[in-house]
Design a protein around this ligand. Structure first.
Ligand code: HEC
Length: 158
């Protein structure tokens, strides 16, 4: 029985399962230094820190001065991190980085500097413990994220 050639059906299923896993399962970044997955991980940290901050400032979550200070300090520490993981030409899937990252390095650097400065100002404002002082600094920070994405991040790739 075991030696019989297996019917096609399970083999096809197995192949489908493989394809599905490759597309939807955890991706393995096989490129040297794994720059795309490293910067992606840091950008996700940006979200994990900036989102709760935004919620507190909008009032959709109670404002906690100490937590705001910690979140702002984390954002400031993270603000300088992703940029080392943009080596020349690292645009492989699933990267959304536009060619402009490498074609306009001075502008890309300026967008980083605006953001790093905004994160520094936010961390200072958060020391006050006053949401009214923190809010404008947070708006500038968010604007600096958006401005860079506008110029340097393309649509998602599927
Ligand atoms: C100086 C430019 C720049 C700034 C500032 C910036 N980003 Fe990005 N961000 C990018 C680029 C470029 C990508 C695409 C990277 C890639 O896919 O290779 C990206 C990708 C992302 C991603 C997608 C990560 C993923 O899952 O693939 C998130 C989320 C993100 N950024 C959030 C933020 C947030 C939040 C801020 C501000 C707090 C911010 N970024 C500031 C340039 C920037």
């Amino acid at each position: 029985m075991r030696l019989r050639r297996p019917p096609l059906f399970p083999a096809t299923l197995a192949m489908l399962a493989c394809c599905t896993l490759a597309a939807c399962g955890p991706r393995q970044d096989t490129h040297p230094g794994q720059p795309v997955s490293k910067r992606e991980a840091i950008f996700k940290q940006f979200l994990r820190t900036s989102e709760p901050m935004g919620m507190m400032l909008r009032g959709s979550k109670p404002f906690e001065a100490q937590q705001a200070q910690q979140l702002a300090a984390s954002l400031k520490a993270l603000s300088t991190e992703p940029w080392q993981y943009f080596p020349q030409g690292s645009t492989y899937y699933p990267s959304r980085a536009k060619p402009a990252v490498w074609e306009k390095p001075a502008q890309f650097k300026a967008a980083q500097d605006r953001f790093i400065h905004a994160a520094d100002q936010l961390a200072r404002a958060a020391q006050s413990g006053n949401p009214d002082a923190i809010r404008p600094a947070f708006h500038e920070l968010s604007a600096s994220c958006d401005a860079c994405h506008q110029d340097f991040r393309g649509p998602p790739r599927f």
